[in-house]
Write a protein that binds this ligand. Structure first.
Ligand code: SF4
Ligand code: SF4
Length: 410
């Protein structure tokens, strides 16, 4: 798609990058059919091709309108369209640039800026999330049902392995996950202990940066990434064999750190070095000898593959192959490619659309008729747990629980 930049944007680095990315789109519209927001709203401008046209219009006119921003912001950044696109359009980067330019040309209304600043000021910081969750639990009886459902129950923690092993990995803790779903990291430590692998944690690591990045706060995301790289790389150079991430959205953000530093060759190089060590937990275990994790008898599991796992990292098959190998009978819900509506902070910014997507996803997951529902990303888990009639957990929590029961019986 050839684009002539408006004089106002002719020297703007983001506009020049967006123009390059637009070149690979051939307007075929294949992507529209697999876009969740197009399916819900039926408006071409709420699908990928329509949004691409809006970005092109913005680049050519040097103007953005409130309506343009509405359509760009309704995008979940689920990347389902990228999986479908035959021309390999780098849609997510194009959308980031489109939102950035739209914000420059027409700043967001004040209430939206306040909401975004609040989310950016709380969610990436575990202590603040923990304090908010604790206050929410105290006030729970007074809160309306919808907000009450958003407050995660306090998790009872089980003992952690005390054994040290020669094989060591760094285990990324995550911001929201370490505050309200510590059971995922704990289960990971116990599962890896069964394979003779010890998990190290880095006390001073930050949020991966995905939360601010989704909220178009690139500088905050860059600062978090820079800090994390400086914390992790020395330990990885010192012998820790991998940086493991249990939440697929965080794994994707870290995998894409080099894209944050294209203007800083030294940092970009460090981010590329980090990539050699960074692994999503399913992909890591897929490569390991796992006979110590074998289930004694088959167990059915309905698996929701997060968009960041199937469309972003493109590694959902590593997890499903691994789980099948361990003895799970996996059931994939219909419309597996569609987002559950969590999408970073989307469920807080667009609750009506997010609720509808969740309802569809839970219908598809529960109609399978299995009690064991699993996913692989903290955002999807918290979002689905809010209204699911059946338990939804990270697959590694299910695995840990079943292995523990097996050990207790033997
Ligand atoms: S990222 Fe998802 S919601 Fe956004 S245009 Fe692509 S398919 Fe649609
Ligand atoms: S499928 Fe790809 S090339 Fe076709 S319209 Fe969508 S983004 Fe453009």
């Amino acid at each position: 798609m050839d684009t002539r930049l408006s004089a106002l944007l002719s020297n703007d680095a983001s506009a020049l990058e967006a123009r390059e990315l637009l070149l690979s789109c051939v307007h075929c519209g294949f992507c529209t059919a697999t876009c969740p927001t197009y399916q819900l709203l039926g408006d071409e401008l709420d699908g990928p091709r329509g949004r691409i046209y809006l970005i092109r219009q913005l680049l050519e006119s040097g103007r953005s309108s409130a309506q343009t921003r509405v359509h760009l912001d309704r995008c979940l950044l689920c990347r389902s369209c990228e999986t479908t696109c035959p021309s390999g359009v780098n849609y997510h980067q194009l959308l980031h640039l489109g939102r950035k330019l739209s914000g420059k040309l027409k700043p967001l209304p004040l209430p939206q800026r306040i909401l975004r600043a609040t989310l950016r000021g709380i969610l990436p910081y575990p202590r603040r999330v923990r304090a908010l969750a604790a206050m929410g639990r105290l006030a729970r009886p007074l809160l309306p049902g919808k907000i009450r459902n958003k407050i995660p129950a306090r998790q009872r923690r089980k003992p952690l392995p005390g054994t040290t092993h020669a094989r060591k990995v760094l285990l990324f803790q995550g911001c929201v996950q370490s505050a309200v779903a510590q059971g995922i990291n704990d289960a990971t430590r116990r599962v890896l202990d069964r394979l003779g692998i010890e998990c190290l944690t880095v006390a001073r690591e930050h949020c991966c940066g995905a939360v601010p990045h989704h909220l178009d706060a690139e500088n905050q995301a860059r600062e978090m990434a820079r800090h994390n790289i400086d914390q992790w790389l020395p330990l990885l150079r010192d012998g820790a064999e991998a940086l493991l991430i249990t939440s697929s959205a965080c794994a994707l953000e870290i995998q894409e750190y080099p894209q944050l530093f294209t203007d800083d060759p030294a940092l970009e190089q460090k981010a590329i070095e980090l990539l050699q060590h960074c692994q999503e937990i399913g992909s890591f275990l897929h490569k390991q000898e796992t006979k110590n994790l074998q289930l004694a008898k088959p167990r059915s599991m309905a698996f929701h593959a997060p968009c960041t796992l199937q469309h972003g990292l493109v590694s959902a098959e590593h997890t499903t192959d691994l789980l099948s190998r361990l003895g799970f009978e996996l059931h994939v819900p219909r419309d597996n490619h569609l987002c559950c509506g969590s999408a970073g902070t989307y469920s807080l910014q667009h609750p009506r659309l997010a609720d509808e997507l969740r309802r569809n996803k839970l219908d598809a997951l529960t109609e399978i008729g299995i009690d064991c529902i699993a996913s692989a990303n903290i955002g999807c888990l918290l979002h689905l747990q809010e209204t699911s009639p059946r338990p939804v957990k990270h697959w590694i929590e299910w695995l840990d629980e079943i292995l523990e029961q097996q050990s207790a019986r033997s």
